[in-house]
Design a protein around this ligand. Structure first.
Ligand code: SAM
Length: 272
């Protein structure tokens, strides 16, 4: 209640209808729960069958294939270094038991992955779920291939799995291709301090959340980075649980949520 009173004072709301509308909106507003630490340990704290959608973007383990920064004639080198968080090997088999325990019977699981990891996800998860499929995210503005000696890295893979009777909001045949196209995350959405090299665009995550969950559902991202899944969940009135190992990303997510919530409240108030 003090929060509501503070807001009413700030916006000098006199009209009871407006207050009721605000209260009504609050009823379906989501809760978010951000946890700092190692998800391989913290997932144990999440109750059985409590999550409707696991939507996550674990490390890709591609650092080992990097050939380092790319020299550019007359300009500073193109940063091709991958973050330290990408180095520890992620084994889907170490996530299986907790994912299966936590997900509700009608839940869905979506995981961003790469060419070098997709086989492991399939091998471990396909036998455990009725369906295992994949989506492609096409980035419309990938980093250029300066020396024109290969493909641009313009696609990312997302594996998805569920059991029969799962929650699924099929819109129409044209919109349900296993393909989505958006730009990579750009300013002003992209955080500048800290910069996260793998920050996903909220629009992309919202697309998946709309298909695979409903208002009021709970979404878990155990590798949340700077919390993009959480922001998408918030926008679509889903509850969110996020876990992040790196303190600076965890802190940035916390601040991002606070700023986003203020922005959304101001927007809601100005539209009364
Ligand atoms: C690909 S990034 C996720 C980026 C995120 N989708 C976003 O938009 O910000 C993977 C994240 O997982 C975190 N991470 C790596 N190992 C982890 C672990 N064991 N537990 C929790 N987070 C971990 C990394 O620090 C990194 O921020």
């Amino acid at each position: 209640m003090p929060v509501l009173i503070g807001i009413l004072r700030k916006y000098k709301l006199k009209d009871k209808a407006k207050i009721l509308m605000y209260d009504k909106r609050k009823e379906i507003r989501m809760a978010y729960d951000l946890r700092y630490g190692d998800c391989f340990k913290l997932l144990d704290d999440i109750p059985d069958k409590s999550v409707d959608l696991i939507l996550t973007d674990p490390p890709y383990n591609i650092a080992k294939y990097s050939t380092g920064n790319i020299d550019l004639p007359g300009r500073s080198a193109l940063n091709n270094d991958l973050a330290d968080w990408d180095k520890p090997e992620i084994e889907p088999k170490d996530l299986l038991a907790n994912f299966k325990r936590i997900i509700k019977p009608k839940g869905n699981i979506f995981v961003f992955t790469t060419y070098n990891q997709i086989g492991k996800w399939h091998e471990v998860f396909d036998p455990e779920f009725d369906t295992f499929q994949f989506m492609v995210w096409h980035k419309t503005n990938p980093a250029p291939k300066i020396y024109k000696n290969g493909f641009l890295n313009s696609c990312e893979l997302i594996v998805c799995m569920w059991n029969k009777g799962h929650q699924w909001n099929f819109s129409n045949q044209k919109e349900m291709h296993n393909f989505i196209q958006t730009p990579i995350c750009m300013q002003p959405e992209r955080l500048s301090n800290p910069k996260h090299p793998a920050q996903k665009p909220v629009k992309l995550l919202e697309h998946i959340i709309k298909i695979a969950s409903n208002i009021g559902d709970t979404i878990l991202d155990p590798f949340m980075g700077v919390g993009s899944t959480g922001i998408a969940a918030y926008n679509l009135k889903r509850n969110f649980i996020g876990i992040e190992l790196e303190k600076e990303y965890f802190d940035a997510t916390h601040t991002r949520f606070q700023e986003h919530e203020c922005k959304m409240k101001e927007y809601a108030m100005s539209n009364f």
